[in-house]
Structures are given as structure tokens and as C-alpha cells.
Design a protein around this ligand. Structure first.
Ligand SMILES: N[C@@H](CCC(=O)N[C@@H](CS)C(=O)NCC(=O)O)C(=O)O
Length: 210
């Protein structure tokens, strides 16, 4: 398997999972400083020119959540998702879909506000509004964590790795997700995982992680 990645990008989730799974894989840097995600070669794999892409034999996959669900399904022994057909599995789907189509999508407006305006002068206002929506999203997620410690209660899953990545992305927000005790507790537990530490080191990501 080959993961096309850039440090700290959405590729972080499948990278965490590949290290949790513990099988050999190759990391291939998509150098964003040279806009390689828009190169003709990369667009063949990922027509949107976005990171990540997973190549698994003849299978080429884009969309972070799809890659994560595929890895969880393919390697059930890694315990990254609850058993098929269980209520926990349904909750797992709920969180994976929610995280990708709500906060992850909103983060695009926050990171790339210029893509959401016709007048460049409006970009700061779009970013500020995205931040307010993100804060509300993180507050709702924290409220639903309840006793936790994980999104699925007692059971760790790839959804927690996904949430960790989003908490990290928000670290320079005015009210960062880490300022919410429940989210910080989850992030600290995720950081205790050896696979997570290995991933962060391999990507050259240093503390503070969130
Ligand atoms: N929905 C896509 C979004 C991926 C995405 O936005 N990736 C960002 C990095 S986190 C990217 O490639 N940005 C570079 C660009 O927009 O050119 C996914 O989850 O795979």
C-alpha cells in the first residue's frame, strides 16, 4: 500500500491507521510547497488534486473517510471499528460521516477562505464565520462525548483518530478545541498510543500537538 501524504494534512488519519495496523506500507510525499497535488501525474490518482490518496494494489482511493473505512474493514484485527452489524458499528459510521462532512468540510472554509469569496476582501469575514461554526461543532461533539472517554464510549475506534486530527487542525483557533476538557482528554489518550507517536515523528510533527 502507498499513502500519498503531506505532513499534518488529512493524510494523517490514514497514516495513523496504517501504523495501528502494523503492516508494511510506503509513504509518498506530495510536496505542497511545489503544488505537486495539482501535477498531471497526481491528478490521475486524485482528480480533485487533494491529499490524501491511498493506492492499495490496483485500488486507487481518494476521500479521507473512504480510505479510513476501507482500512478498518480490510484489517478487522486492528480493532479500528466495531463488528459489522452492531449498534456500535452504526455509531461508528455516524461519527465518520459527521466528522468528514461537517467539521472537516468547514475547516476548508477556515483554511482556504479565499476559495469561498468572489471578492478577496471578504476572505477574513468568511474565515471568522467558519471559526464560529467550528466552535459550535466542537462544542456539540464534546457534549455528545458524555463520559467517554472515546466517541463510542468505552471502545476506541478510528473515529477517535479522526477527531484528534481535527482537534489538532484547530490549535490556532481563538477558542481552540483543546480548551474543551472532554476534547483535550480524548486528545491526550490518543497521544498515548505508540502508533500515533510513531506517525507524528515520521511526519516531523513536534509538540504542541494540539
Ligand atoms: N474531502 C477531501 C478533502 C481533502 C483536502 O482538503 N486535503 C487538503 C489537505 S488537508 C488539500 O489537499 N489541500 C490542498 C489543496 O486544496 O490544493 C478528503 O477528505 O480527502
Amino acid at each position: 500500500m502507498i499513502l500519498h501524504y503531506y505532513p499534518g494534512n488529512a493524510s494523517l488519519l490514514p497514516h495513523f491507521m496504517l501504523r495501528e495496523i502494523g503492516r508494511p506500507f510506503e509513504l509518498r510525499l506530495v510536496d505542497r510547497t511545489r503544488n505537486e497535488q495539482k501535477s498531471a501525474e497526481y491528478l490521475q490518482l486524485n482528480p480533485g488534486g487533494l491529499i490524501p490518496t491511498l493506492v492499495d494494489g490496483s485500488l486507487v482511493l481518494f476521500e479521507t473517510a473512504a480510505i479510513a473505512l476501507h482500512l478498518a474493514d480490510k484489517y478487522p484485527d486492528a480493532g479500528l471499528a466495531p463488528p459489522f452489524g452492531s449498534s456500535d458499528r452504526a455509531q461508528f459510521y455516524k461519527w465518520m460521516v459527521h466528522l468528514t462532512n461537517t467539521p472537516q468540510a468547514e475547516f476548508r472554509a477556515w483554511f482556504y477562505p479565499h476559495e469561498h469569496v468572489s471578492d478577496e476582501a471578504a476572505a477574513p469575514s468568511v474565515k471568522a464565520a467558519a471559526e464560529i461554526r467550528l466552535q459550535a461543532m466542537f462544542a456539540r461533539i464534546e457534549a455528545q462525548l458524555g463520559e467517554g472517554p472515546w466517541l463510542l464510549g468505552e471502545r476506541f475506534s478510528a473515529a477517535d483518530l479522526f477527531l484528534f486530527m481535527l482537534i489538532r487542525w484547530g490549535r490556532s483557533m481563538e477558542v481552540p478545541p483543546r480548551s474543551r476538557a472532554g476534547l483535550m482528554a480524548l486528545a491526550e489518550r490518543v497521544l498515548e498510543r505508540p502508533a500515533v507517536q510513531e506517525t507524528l515523528a515520521a511526519e516531523g510533527i513536534e509538540s504542541p500537538f494540539v
